[in-house]
Design a protein around this ligand. Sequence first.
Ligand SMILES: CC(C)(COP(=O)(O)OP(=O)(O)OC[C@H]1O[C@@H](n2cnc3c(N)ncnc32)[C@H](O)[C@@H]1OP(=O)(O)O)[C@@H](O)C(=O)NCCC(=O)NCCS
Length: 224
Amino acid sequence: MAFKLRLMCQQDLPQVNEIDHEAFPTLWPPPNYQRELKNGLAHYIVACDDEQKYEPPAPKADPTTGLWGLIARLRLRFNHHNPSGNEPQPPAREYILGFAGIWLTAGEAHITNIAVRESYRRQGMGELLLIALIDLALELGAHLMTLEARASNTDAQSLYAKYGFIEVGLRRNYYTDNREDGVLMTIEAITSAPVQADLRRLRQAHARRWGKIATALPARNSRR
Ligand SMILES: CC(C)(COP(=O)(O)OP(=O)(O)OC[C@H]1O[C@@H](n2cnc3c(N)ncnc32)[C@H](O)[C@@H]1OP(=O)(O)O)[C@@H](O)C(=O)NCCC(=O)NCCS
């Protein structure tokens, strides 16, 4: 599979919301990712499959109301005929497999989210996104990373533990949908030689196992 990592952009939001819905159904509506993209402290990335295109669902055309109704009426008025009978569709987009984000404050990168499409899980994609988040945090000058995971989300906890995050506390009733506790995990001194050596080893092991080498994200000021 050919794929790439890049910063999230506006056009990604329909797919990001789709993936969010699949990953966190009980927390809907989702975070306002549109607002997140404008938040200077927030940094989101997506992993795309370069060989697949995303076909957005066709808009439901009501011939009498809304924008599509207006377009249909204008077409009739000016005698415009679309021989295919279909409304023009926006161009196909890169197919997003997963996304992840951090908030950066005072040298601390807090992981807000990491989610992979259900049909692509257990193929090293979550790990890849985490590696990219750690790299991004380092590039942005962070020295510490933190996150909360649901107490029941042992899959996610084991992903983070694999990358050296350790459990440092419990936030009681942290999640609003079911009052579940949040496990607070951190990895300290991410710039230190031992942590860097561990990350190098994990990255190499990931590349050997999955053959997926993330195209590095371009330099920060050339993104978006
Ligand atoms: C958590 C999540 C991002 C993992 O993504 P993924 O692509 O399936 O994970 P990977 O294939 O890269 O797995 C990496 C590591 O994560 C852990 N892991 C992931 N899925 C696991 C599972 N079902 N059971 C046990 N461990 C699991 C393992 O440590 C695994 O390493 P291993 O393959 O050496 O055992 C994915 O399950 C997901 O999107 N879940 C829903 C959203 C979510 O809970 N996000 C976390 C919020 S804190």
